[in-house]
Design a protein around this ligand. Structure first.
Ligand code: GLN
Length: 279
């Protein structure tokens, strides 16, 4: 690898902020040089201008300080689609793709499906599903107007103007009239005293998207309780949750009369998503 990248990688390795120092350096340098990251895999070192070197070292310092690569680049891939990201909301995670996969398995039909994404953030789940199923009626809401604007921007960039995105504190501004075949959400579910919040990328993400009262269960409980009046009979609710919350989530679903309660593991083999049917 070219010397510039070797030195950059050593710098990041010393700060122990990343498991992928080589890739991070390539992504940051590619941004500065305005080339595809793959170009740098066989990069025959070129002389960088002083201004390029300064810019590169500024980005490296931000990364060395722990800032997520997605926030530095302003973009993150999810479901192989490019999403704009911003500090008003969560960076989409690969684990959340498991939720998208489950929905697509359960609802193979191309039309006549109404779905709602609660707390859509960047719009990742709703827009990935709308991309796969352009005929579905997809609605997505977020309580944060900045996130709503970001999700709308992503819908435009991904050419998915049919998706309805609007501001709503959970169900507050969602119409009950027609009912939904499915509701999805990746709500905040981390307990305020979880030491995980002091490590890694989450330090740069907003607490409003991560932390929930009642040991992380407040929003999940509200969504499960309230979704009953928004789902069509036989509709399914899909909720992402923490790896250690499976038992409690299943109990809350059961408490509110849901059936067919199934927990699905993420790519790391951890329980990550629980879905259930309301008859
Ligand atoms: N899975 C994320 C994390 O642990 C949290 C996502 C969320 O709170 N919805 O970093």
């Amino acid at each position: 690898m070219a010397q510039t990248l070797v030195v950059a990688q050593q710098h990041l390795t010393e700060h122990q902020v990343s498991d992928s120092t080589k890739l991070d350096c390539q992504l940051l340098l590619a941004r500065i040089l305005d080339v595809k990251p793959s170009y740098l895999v066989t990069w025959p070192e070129q002389i960088l201008s002083d201004s390029q070197l300064t810019q590169f070292s500024e980005l490296l310092d931000r990364r060395a300080n722990g800032e997520p690569i997605a926030f530095i680049l302003g973009e993150q891939e999810f479901w192989s689609l490019p999403f704009k990201v911003a500090t008003c909301t969560l960076i989409p995670r690969p684990d959340t793709e498991v939720l998208v996969e489950e929905v697509l398995n359960d609802f193979p039909q191309t039309s006549d499906t109404r779905m709602l994404d609660l707390g859509t953030g960047t719009g990742a789940i709703a827009l990935a599903l709308a991309h796969e199923k352009p005929q579905w009626q997809v609605s997505a809401v977020d309580f944060n107007p900045d996130a709503v604007a970001l999700a709308k921007c992503n819908a435009e960039r991904l050419n998915l103007p049919q998706v309805d995105i609007h501001q709503s504190d959970w169900f507050a501004n969602v119409s009950k009239e027609q009912g939904f075949d499915l509701i999805v959400s990746n709500p905040p579910y981390i307990a305020a005293d979880d030491p995980h919040l002091a490590q890694g990328d989450v330090r740069f993400e907003p607490a409003s998207a991560l932390v929930a009262d009642e040991q992380g269960f407040k929003d999940i409980r509200h969504i499960i309780a309230t979704s009953r009046t928004y789902l069509k009979p036989g509709g399914i609710l899909y909720l992402e949750h923490g790896y250690d919350q499976q038992t409690q989530i299943q109990a809350i679903y059961a408490e509110f009369g849901f059936t067919n309660i199934v927990t699905v593991k993420d790519y790391g083999g951890q329980p990550r998503m629980t879905k259930a049917t309301y008859l």
